[in-house]
Every structure is written in C-alpha cells, then in structure tokens.
Design a protein around this ligand. Structure first.
Ligand SMILES: [Zn+2]
Length: 262
C-alpha cells in the first residue's frame, strides 16, 4: 500500500496568518514544526493502516516540512522547482492532502487563496472553479489515484467534499474572518488527523479518483495588478487571452496544460 501526501501550511492548526507561513515571519520555524507534526500524524495513521511506503511532498510555496523532524519511515520530496506530477506517475494507492486552505474567494474561509493571494483571482479546470486541492486531486486522479483524506480549515474540508464524494476530512480550525480562526490544539489536531488517515484508508475502495476528462481547459484569471502575467503567458502558442486578466490553456491532458503554464 503506497500512500502519497501533499502538504501545505496555511491549513495547519496553530498557523494563523500569512506571516506565520512566511520565511520572513516571526513564527515561521514554529509553523514548520506544527506542519511537520501534522504530517507525521498522517504518516502514523497510514502506517498503522498498512502502508508500506509513504512519500511526503513539501508543497508549501517556500517549503515548510522539516526533514529531520519528519517521521523516520516517510520519504520526502522537497526543493524547488517542484512541478506536477510530483512523483504521482510512480503509482500510489491513495493520496492525502494535509494543511490545506480553501480556494480563493471562499466564504467563511481562513487564509483562502489559489496558489497566490497576490496574483491569482480564480482558476478553472474544464469549467469547474478549483484551488490547490482541486488541482492536486485532479493530477492524482489522472494517474488513477484517489484523494482519500483532506485536512485543513473547515472551508477547505467542505470544498473537498463538494469535489470528491466520500472523501475523509479533518477540520482543525474554523475561520472567524479571513485572517483569524478558532483552532483546536495542535496535539488534538494530530490525534484527529491520525484517526482520519486510518478511516480514509479503511474506506479506500469507496472513494473514486477525481478526474478531469480530456481535452483539458485550464483557465487562469489573474488579479488586476498581475495583468502583465496574463499578457506574458498569452505569448505562448496554444494560450489564448480571453479578457485582459484571463488566459485559457487547452491541451490533451492535465500535465500538458500545466506544462505549458510553466
Ligand atoms: Zn497553498
């Protein structure tokens, strides 16, 4: 049983702001530890459920997982640049997403954004508005791997449930405002995540991979301040500008369209 774990930082219990999740932030080293411990809980749950291999991907923008603090029986994929398919092409039986936040513009979400809270307004895959968890689940799904566990704030969990019927979720915090949340204690969050991981793998057969059927259309709407990014991307062949902030990239597969964006 091979388990693949994508990680992010804004959806971790005890991480309360973009400053907390930034290398220039006062609490960044603490946030890295909080993230790594939540990942370890997911790894422990996976191992107890029979996983024979667990690969952890350090997905947070500047990197966040502490290699030494990480569970000794997990493998770590880290460093930059890091592009899809993040080793999913090596064949995994299940995918987890730990520390996730909701997509940009979600109601009652904590630190919601889609890849960048500065430059990106919206992303759609074949007409469905998605954020990071949608993209990750779709890439996993393109290799036949189901995303069976999502942890993060309550809004990210709700987003996962809308996208992936039956997915196991663990909400470790709930937004009060965009920049504030009520979180469970990190120790409690880890207990919940470990149990969630076990439940998810026990129900592996009930959860279908999230798939985006080819041909694939990736639509990216930039923020007004980043119109230049849309203009630059539109210079590439196969990329169409549909309004001054929005480009559409079409291809025969998910990896093809993501490859063209990079
Ligand atoms: Zn993120």
């Amino acid at each position: 049983l091979k388990v693949w774990i994508m990680t992010d930082m804004e959806g971790v219990a005890g991480v309360f702001s973009f400053d907390d999740a930034s290398p220039s932030g006062r609490r960044y080293e603490k946030s890295r530890s909080l993230l790594t411990q939540e990942v370890n809980a997911a790894v422990e749950g996976a191992l107890e459920a029979g996983a024979t291999e667990v690969l952890v991907v350090d997905g947070h923008g500047p990197g966040g997982v502490d290699p030494e603090e990480l569970h000794p029986d997990a493998l770590l994929l880290a460093g930059r640049p890091l592009y899809p398919p993040w080793c999913l092409d090596r064949g995994f039986d299940a995918a987890f997403i730990v520390g996730q936040h909701a997509l940009a513009g979600t109601e009652a979400a904590h630190l919601d954004h889609s890849y960048s809270h500065v430059s990106i307004q919206n992303i759609w895959l074949n007409g469905v508005r998605v954020g990071e968890l949608g993209v990750i689940a779709a890439v996993a799904g393109s290799f036949g791997t189901a995303t069976v566990l999502v942890t993060g704030d309550k809004a990210a969990c709700a987003e996962a449930k809308r996208l992936i019927p039956g997915v196991e979720t663990v909400a470790v915090k709930e937004a009060l405002t965009y920049g504030s949340a009520i979180a469970v204690h990190p120790v409690k969050a880890r207990r919940m995540i470990k149990e969630g991981a076990k439940r998810a793998l026990a129900r592996l057969d009930e959860i279908e991979p999230y798939t985006v059927k080819p041909p694939v259309e990736l639509r990216i709407e930039y923020t007004t301040g980043y119109k230049a990014a849309a203009e630059r991307l539109a210079l590439k062949p196969g990329v169409e500008m549909v309004d001054p902030r929005t480009v559409v990239i079409r291809g025969n597969s998910l990896l093809e369209v993501f490859g063209m964006r990079l």
